[in-house]
Design a protein around this ligand. Structure first.
Ligand code: UD1
Length: 419
């Protein structure tokens, strides 16, 4: 578990890592190539698990620094450790490359964070539209067959991984695929960048659609650098607003991807300045915070992945804030932990809550329900009176590279202790 003492302040500069949500689908899409070299891959639990899954399919993996090299020459159609696949939801991203190479995939229903319902119907519908057959029995998903050669039009209803999967499945199929109602999160656009580096032609439109003209040649070798993590920089911006001695600087912040987040942060009284197009300076804004109304949405709306830390900040804002989480009902589990810390909230329904502020949080033992709520508990621990202990740290380590090292580099003492 993690142990945090209150009353600490942050100073200095912190640099963001490669984006988890880009690294996972880019790594999975790289299984189409014989060899690939991928840079800026974060050392996080989900990436390590995905790479172990790759190895269980016979892929040769080298991970040095932040560069991953993959060689798929000896890849097999089946994993020699199917139990691994259940551990992360991102294993669903293996489907297109396995189907393309072997004409069949049998995959246990993928696991993941505790966020509530995680259906996969958009993946299934899209793959069917591309020509593949699907069946499910006893929690085993089976896809088989070959792609259609004609042009196809399908929709992914803004699902991030379904859009990524169907982009990858379309990129190496003859014919044109129109993907409508597509997610366009920065990590989805990074998958587009990777598939273009493989030779696929993908046109994007402002109406949430892609047109993919597939290529039949699989790439021999592809090299690509994934983007930095705008979701991680959102977390550190909130940390700066709550705990900076005076200010902190965040490098590789992907400011351009944080538009709606920064608008809401400003509205709530967070004070920041842009130091360059990729560095943001965030001033301690604690005495300035005011209640706001917030609704998560698909990109370019407010990211659901920064809702939990933002909600922690709203406990310190003057007035009553309303948070509307449209995507994942499980995100409000975190409010139980805040309640244990004497934060006041009212859950109106599984998707809407009121946060009453400002409240004096008190340290206690809390848990991480998912990786974002776990990181949010670090913020809560820093502003709560006394000592805070956070259990289920593995969730946090699934998605944040060297978070303890980054916090320590800002002068914050946080210890990992045995439970
Ligand atoms: C991805 C991100 C996650 C982020 C989420 C929303 C990765 C690895 N994870 O998760 O961090 O919080 O996007 O931005 O990139 N849905 C369906 N049917 C489907 C798929 C999804 O109904 O087939 C629904 C889900 O229940 C949810 C919504 O669509 O309410 C969004 O899910 P989706 O975009 O698929 O999230 P993930 O790709 O799992």
């Amino acid at each position: 578990m993690l142990r945090i003492e209150w009353g600490q302040t942050a100073r200095g500069t912190v640099r963001m890592s490669g984006a988890k949500n880009a690294a996972l689908p880019v790594l999975a899409s790289a299984l189409f190539a014989r060899r690939s070299t991928l840079h800026n891959i974060p050392h996080i639990g989900d990436v390590m698990m995905l790479l172990r899954i790759f190895e269980s399919y016979g892929v040769t993996v080298r991970f040095e620094g932040n560069t991953v090299e993959l060689d798929t020459s000896d890849m097999r159609p089946e994993s020699d450790d199917p139990g691994l696949v259940k551990k992360i939801r991102a294993s669903i991203l293996l489907i297109p490359a396995l189907l393309h190479r072997f004409g069949r995939v049998d995959l246990p229903y993928p696991g993941g964070c505790n966020l509530g319902k995680r259906p996969i119907d958009e993946h299934v519908n899209g793959l069917r539209m591309l020509g593949y057959g699907f069946s499910e029995s006893d929690g085993l998903l089976s896809f088989s067959g070959d792609w259609f050669r004609h042009d196809v039009e399908l929709s992914t209803f803004f699902s991030v991984t379904a859009t990524e999967n169907l982009l990858a499945a379309s990129a190496f199929r003859p014919g044109t695929t129109k993907i409508r109602l597509a997610a366009i999160e920065p990590h989805v656009m990074d998958v587009v960048g990777f598939l273009r580096a493989c030779g696929a032609r993908i046109e994007t439109s402002y109406d949430h659609s892609f047109e993919v003209s597939g290529i039949s040649e699989l790439p021999e070798h592809v090299e690509y650098t994934v983007i930095h993590d705008y979701l991680e920089s959102g977390f550190f911006i909130l940390l700066g607003a709550l705990c900076a001695e005076e200010f902190i600087d965040i490098e590789h912040a992907r400011i351009g991807d944080l538009g709606s987040f920064l608008i809401k942060a400003s509205e709530a009284g967070v004070c920041y300045e842009l130091r360059s197009n990729d560095t943001i300076r965030v001033h301690n804004s604690r005495s300035n915070l005011r209640a706001i109304s917030l609704q998560t949405n698909v990109f370019p709306g407010f990211p659901t992945d920064i809702q939990s830390p933002f909600t922690v900040m709203l406990t310190q804002a003057e007035g009553i804030s309303r948070v509307h989480e449209i995507l994942f009902e499980g995100r409000f589990n975190m409010l139980m932990e805040l309640e244990a810390m004497k934060g006041h909230s009212a859950i109106l329904n599984p998707h809407e809550a009121l946060i009453f502020g400002p409240t004096k949080l008190r340290g206690t033992t809390v848990t991480s329900w998912d990786l974002r709520s776990g990181a949010s508990m670090i913020l809560a621990g820093l502003i709560a009176e006394g000592e805070t202990r956070i259990t289920n740290v593995e969730y946090i380590e699934r998605g944040y590279e060297d978070i303890l090292g980054k916090l320590r580099s800002l002068g914050i003492q946080i210890d990992r202790i045995e439970s």
